[in-house]
Design a protein around this ligand. Structure first.
Ligand SMILES: *Cc1c(COP(=O)(O)O)cnc(C)c1O
Ligand code: SF4
Length: 374
C-alpha cells in the first residue's frame, strides 16, 4: 500500500501522565472532533469531517500512543479513512442483529438470541476507541442509541423467562465502558438467574485490555471474581497491541480466576500475514490469553478496504496449525451474512474417506492413512 510515511507527526500525548491517572481521565483526553484529529494526526480536516459525519471517531491517548507511523497497523484500526465512504457493497447490519430482523417475537432490543442455550446482551453502546472496521459501526458511539434502564430490564426479564439460556454474553459496544457499580448490577441480576441453571456461565466481550488496559483495576477484578464462572473474551489484532500495560491488565484478570480468550478480526494491512498472526497468537498465549476465534471480516458497509479473501485466512490458519502450539491456534470462522451464526472454515486435511480407509494430509502436506473398521 502506498503510504506517505514521512508526513505523520502524531502529537504524542503525555503518557507518563496517563499512566498515573485513571481510565476515565484518559478517556476524557480522547481525540474525537475532526479538528482535534486533523491536528494531532496532521491530516486534512475536510476529509476527516466528511468521514466523521457518517461514522464517528474516537481515539484515546493510550491507543494513539501505540501508533508509530502513518498507515501502520495501529493507525489503520483507529484513524478515519475516506475509503470508508467509498463502499457501495456491504450492509449496515449484515448479521441481522437489529430487532426488526429478529424473527423470533418478543426478543428485546438489546438481545440477540441466535443459538439454543446462549445469547448476546448488548449492555453498552460506548467503546474506548472506535475501531474503523467495527461490525456495529452503524451504532457504536451514538449517544441516542445507549441502552436505557428499561431496555436493560427487558433483557433481564427475557433471560429469566427463558430457562434454556445457560450462557449469557455481555457485549456492546464495550461492557467495561460502564462503571463498576452499574456493571455489577447487571452481572448480579444475570448471575442470580443463571446460578439456578445447570452448567451456567457468564461471559464478557471487551476490547479494554487491548485499547485501554488502565480500565482493568483491582476494584474491577475484585468485583468480577464474585460471579464465577465468568469468562472474558478480549480483542487483540496485532502484536504491537501487546504492551506492558495490556500484559498487566490480562495478568490481573487471569489472576482473578477469569479464563481469557481472544477474538481477532482478519484485517487487510493489519494482520493478513502468517508471520504477524503467529507473533500475535504466541504473544497472547504468553499473557495467558487463549486465541479463540479468528473472524473473517463481516460484509459491513464502510469496511470493505479491510477485507481479505477466505483463501488468505486459510493460508494463515495452515501456517499456524502444527507449526506452533495448538493452544495458539484459533478457530477460523465466518459469521454468516443473514444471521446464520458462526461457521468454521478449515483447510482440507481429509484427502479421501471410504468405508475402511481415511487418507489424511498433515501440516507438512505429507499423506497418512488411517484404517477403520465398522
Ligand atoms: C458469537 C455469538 C455467540 C457465542 O458463540 P460461541 O461460539 O458460543 O462463542 C452467541 N450469540 C451470538 C449472537 C453470537 O454472535
Ligand atoms: S471495541 Fe468492538 S464494538 Fe467497540 S468499536 Fe471496536 S470492534 Fe466495535
Amino acid at each position: 500500500m502506498e503510504e506517505d510515511e514521512g508526513s505523520l507527526k502524531v502529537k504524542k500525548p503525555p503518557l507518563g501522565l496517563a499512566k498515573k491517572t485513571d481510565w476515565r481521565t484518559i478517556l476524557r483526553d480522547s481525540v474525537s472532533t475532526p479538528t482535534a484529529l486533523a491536528n494531532s494526526l496532521n491530516l486534512s480536516k475536510d476529509e476527516i469531517s466528511e468521514v466523521c459525519d457518517n461514522y464517528p471517531a474516537m481515539i484515546n491517548p493510550y491507543y494513539l500512543s501505540l501508533v508509530k507511523k502513518k498507515g501502520d497497523p495501529i493507525y489503520k484500526q483507529c484513524v478515519p479513512d475516506v475509503k470508508e465512504l467509498q463502499d457501495y457493497v456491504g450492509e449496515e447490519d449484515p448479521l441481522c442483529e437489529e430487532p426488526d430482523h429478529q424473527q423470533r417475537k418478543g426478543v428485546p432490543s438489546l438481545v440477540t438470541h441466535r443459538y439454543p442455550d446462549r445469547l448476546l446482551f448488548r449492555v453498552s453502546n460506548q467503546c474506548a476507541m472506535f475501531c474503523r472496521f467495527c461490525t456495529r459501526k452503524r451504532k457504536v458511539g451514538h449517544p441516542k442509541k445507549n441502552p436505557t434502564p428499561k431496555e436493560i430490564s427487558e433483557a433481564i426479564i427475557y433471560i429469566k423467562n427463558h430457562s434454556e439460556i445457560r450462557d449469557v454474553i455481555l457485549s456492546g459496544g464495550d461492557p467495561l465502558m460502564l462503571g463498576d457499580k452499574q456493571l455489577e448490577t447487571i452481572i448480579r441480576n444475570v448471575y442470580n438467574i443463571l446460578k439456578k441453571r445447570k452448567n451456567s456461565i457468564i461471559r464478557i466481550g471487551t476490547r479494554m485490555p487491548c485499547v485501554l488496559p488502565q480500565r482493568v483495576t483491582k476494584g474491577l477484578c475484585r468485583m468480577l471474581k464474585k460471579y464465577h464462572p465468568l469468562f472474558i473474551n478480549t480483542h487483540f489484532n496485532h502484536p504491537s497491541e501487546i504492551t506492558p500495560e495490556s500484559r498487566k491488565a490480562c495478568g490481573m484478570l487471569v489472576d482473578s480466576g477469569i479464563p481469557m480468550g481472544n477474538q481477532t478480526v482478519l484485517l487487510k494491512g493489519v494482520n493478513d500475514d502468517p508471520a504477524v498472526m503467529k507473533e500475535l497468537v504466541q504473544g497472547l498465549i504468553n499473557m495467558r490469553v487463549r486465541p479463540y476465534y479468528l473472524y473473517q471480516a463481516d460484509l459491513v458497509r464502510g469496511t470493505n478496504h479491510f477485507r481479505t479473501t477466505v483463501q488468505k485466512g486459510l493460508e494463515i490458519y495452515k501456517a499456524l496449525r502444527g507449526h506452533t502450539s495448538g493452544l495458539c491456534v484459533p478457530n477460523y470462522v465466518i459469521d454468516a451474512p443473514g444471521g446464520g451464526g458462526k461457521i468454521p472454515l478449515l483447510p482440507e486435511y481429509v484427502v479421501s474417506i471410504s468405508k475402511d480407509k481415511v487418507v489424511l494430509k498433515n501440516y507438512e502436506n505429507k499423506k497418512f492413512e488411517y484404517l477403520q473398521i465398522e
